[in-house]
Each structure stands twice: as C-alpha cells, then as structure tokens.
Design a protein around this ligand. Structure first.
Ligand SMILES: C=C(O[C@H]1C=CC=C(C(=O)O)[C@@H]1O)C(=O)O
Length: 421
C-alpha cells in the first residue's frame, strides 16, 4: 500500500504488527544482520553490528515539496493510531517501525521523500535480537546468498568536472568575502556505471565492515555510511553528532596524529565547525528543557578522514517525534551554510545539480516517535546499473578551491571503495 500524502483519501488498511524476542540461545546464532538482507529492496540502519534491517513493504508514503516532513509525520501518526501492535520487547526500534529518506531541497526535483514500513524487521541491541512481522509475513533468520560485485564499473564526472567545481567554490568564497554570507556547503557528484543492475547489498556489506562507527543505511536506493547523526530521540533524551572541519588521513598513524592536532587548532576548520554546532543548538533549543553543548570539539577518526565533532545533548520538552526534530534541524550548517536561507539560495543558484536525497535526513522511527535520523553523507543512489555518488565541503572565507576538491575526493572514498573492492 503506497500512498502519496496530501492526495486522495484512500481507505487505509490497519497494520497488524507483532514483535517477538529471539531466545538468547538462538540470538547468538543469528550472524551479521546485513547478511540477512534479500536483494529486493533491502532496508538497513546499522552501526557496530547493531540496529535494524528490514525487507518487504507493508505500507509506504511518498511526499514532496516544503511540506514533505509534516505530510510524512501526519501519515505516520495516522498509521500508528490505526495499527494493532503486540510487542514483547519494548525497546526503541521494536514494534511498528518505518525507515525513511527525505530530499534536501524544498523544491520538487528528481527525487521524492519516502517512509516505508517493512513487512519484516530484525533488530539487534546489545545481546537482544528481535523480529517484527507485519500481517502474514514470515521471517527467515538465515544469511541470504552472497551478492555479486558490480560488473565492469566505470566512473565519470557528474554535473561538473573538477575545474568547473573549483570555479564554483572560488565564486562562493568571493561572495563570502563580499559579506553576502558566512559559510556555504558545496557538493559535487560522480556517476558510476556498471554493465548490469547493481545489488545494493554489495556496497552495504563492505561499508558496514569498513566503517563500523558510521551508520550504514539503505532506503529505497539511497545507501551509504554516514558519520553524522542529525538527531536521535530515545526515551526523552535528544542527541546530535555535529561534524564540520575535515583533514584527509595519510594512512601513517604518526602523521595522522599530527594532522589531528593541526585540525583541532585550525582556525578555518574551527570556524566552519562553530557555524554547524550553532545551527544545531539554536534549532534544538525550543524543543529541549535543558541542553549540553560542549565548547570544544573532539577529533573523530574515520578510515579516510578526520573530522571535528561535537556531541550535543538535550532533554526533550514536549512530545515532538524524532522526525519532527529532524525537520526542525534540516539543513544544519554542516550541509547548508550560514545564514541558512542565504546559503540554500546560493546552493541552488551555483551548485549546478539537484542533490536529491543527499545531505538530507535518512533513518528510522518507531511508533513512540523515538528514532535516529542521520544526514545522508558518504552516500550514493542506485538506479539499476548506475550509481550517483555525492560529496560536499564546507566553504568559509579562507577556503582554497584546490584543497576543497581534494577533500571531496576523500569523501567519495567510502562509497567508491565499497563499490569496487
Ligand atoms: C557535506 C559533507 O560533509 C560534511 C560533514 C562533515 C564535514 C564537512 C566538512 O568538513 O566540510 C561537511 O560539513 C559530505 O561528506 O558530503
């Protein structure tokens, strides 16, 4: 049952949902959740082996435009109100759950936003493993056959080639120096083409293994391993991991440690980071009764890059769902800029491409509104035999276009390697 929110008043079939705990003796035998996924429309949200995987479509909704978040939130409230749920686990992520991916822009473009209720969900949290089924669906907890790698893959420039993109970055720097805005995040795309349709489980398994501290996701063709948590709401606690400010790793541990120290003191990166933290703290403030915003960022080590990172935490004031909080936070200055409206307008004016669902909220939510919405970074979109990969960089007054191009190459590495190796 797929619906387009805001459209026809279709009769909705109430969902019959059942969550059972997998007995501890069997839970140990359930291998990596990512290995359970079937090739057809897999859904994934995994970090360090924990999280949720799903498959099948029990219900879904597609939304577009500036009301895409509120239309989806309304659909979710109606869907949860109608459902019959038996849940013997009662953990965040058990019972009725949807996965979702949203578009970056308010403008209707090539992509739409989507919430999907899978027919089967398998969740893992610590030692607990549970299975949720909707309607008559049955779940198999055995690993599916291994996916085949993409065949004859070639990469090409997307909307702009490197020199063209550097010209756009230089233009943005001149606009910042003229005082039009303080920060903008500019992105570029690459196109990977295979000779046969690509099985999303191939890159997913590799991303989950190579980037265990990131959230490995797949929703409706959008996949990746993001290090950035836009917002998590869990039993009244709201958290966000803000990233901005990047240095490429060299592969040599000693040099990387020196680079980490440089990053922690780089005024250009600290400025870029400060805008991102401020945007998240200001957007969350109305929804929290108390908040903790650390004054100094830490350095997050990923296999390809180092980032400045700040973990913001707050206590939810009212009952806004994780999706409503994500809508209030999007786009943070980690993917938009400062001031937000000026940066958004300049992105559409000069970036030269439609971001689709890149750099927008992707994640899941349960019937209580608890959930996790990451920012779809280090990501790509599979469409048959084609993958469109995205990478973006925060630009401030002192940014150098050549260095930003190199940074964008480093940010393509996770998805590029996951497709090829
Ligand atoms: C926009 C991206 O990264 C953001 C998150 C972390 C660091 C960033 C930076 O240093 O520019 C970006 O703000 C991307 O990976 O496409």
């Amino acid at each position: 049952m797929t619906q387009t929110a805001g459209g026809t008043s279709e009769v909705r079939t109430p969902l019959d949902v059942r969550t059972v705990l997998v007995p501890a003796s069997d839970a140990a035998a359930v291998g990596a959740l990512v290995d359970l996924l079937p090739a057809e429309a897999p859904l994934s949200w995994l970090r360090r082996g924990e999280g949720l995987v799903g498959w099948g479509v029990a219900a879904s909704v597609r939304t577009t435009g500036p009301t895409r978040f509120s239309d989806a939130a309304k659909w979710w409230s109606e869907t949860t109100a109608l459902a019959t749920v038996t849940d013997e686990v009662e953990e965040p992520g058990s019972g009725l759950v949807c996965f979702g991916a949203f578009t970056f822009s308010d403008e209707p473009g090539s992509a739409d936003s989507v919430l999907i209720v899978p027919e089967v969900i398998v969740g893992r949290r610590g030692d607990l493993v549970w299975v949720t089924t909707v309607g008559d669906a049955t779940a198999s907890l055995t690993a599916t056959t291994a996916p085949a790698p993409p065949a004859d893959l070639t990469f090409a420039d997307g909307a702009l080639n490197g020199p063209q993109w550097m010209t756009v970055v230089a233009h943005a720097v001149s606009r910042i120096e003229a005082g039009d805005l303080e920060k903008i995040v500019l992105a570029r795309d690459l196109i990977a083409e295979a000779s046969a349709p690509i099985d999303p489980r191939w890159p997913l398994r590799r991303l989950a293994a190579s980037y265990p501290t990131c959230w490995t996701f797949h929703v409706d063709g959008l996949f990746g391993a993001t290090p950035e948590m836009l917002v998590r709401r869990e039993r009244g606690l709201v958290t966000s991991r803000v990233l901005a400010g990047t240095i490429r790793r060299t592969g040599d541990d000693e040099r990387d440690l020196a680079l980490a120290a440089m990053l922690a003191h780089s005024s250009k990166d600290l400025e870029e980071h400060e805008y991102a933290v401020r945007s998240v703290a200001e957007a969350l403030e109305p929804y929290c009764s108390s908040m903790n915003v650390p004054e100094t960022p830490f350095v997050l080590h990923l296999p390809n890059v180092l980032h400045l990172a700040t973990d913001v935490a707050g206590v939810a004031r009212d009952g806004e769902s994780s999706l409503e909080l994500a809508a209030a936070l999007h786009p943070s200055a980690a993917v938009g800029g400062t001031p937000t409206p000026v940066a958004r307008a300049l992105i559409s004016e000069i970036e030269g491409m439609d971001r689709g669902r890149y750099a927008a909220p992707v994640g899941w939510m349960d019937a209580t509104g608890d959930g996790e919405w990451g920012i779809a970074l280090r990501s790509g979109v599979i469409d048959g035999a084609t993958v469109r990969l995205f990478a973006g960089c925060g630009i401030v007054g002192g940014s150098d276009p050549q260095a930003e191009l190199a940074e964008s190459q480093a940010k393509f590495v996770p998805v590029r390697d996951a497709l090829t190796s």
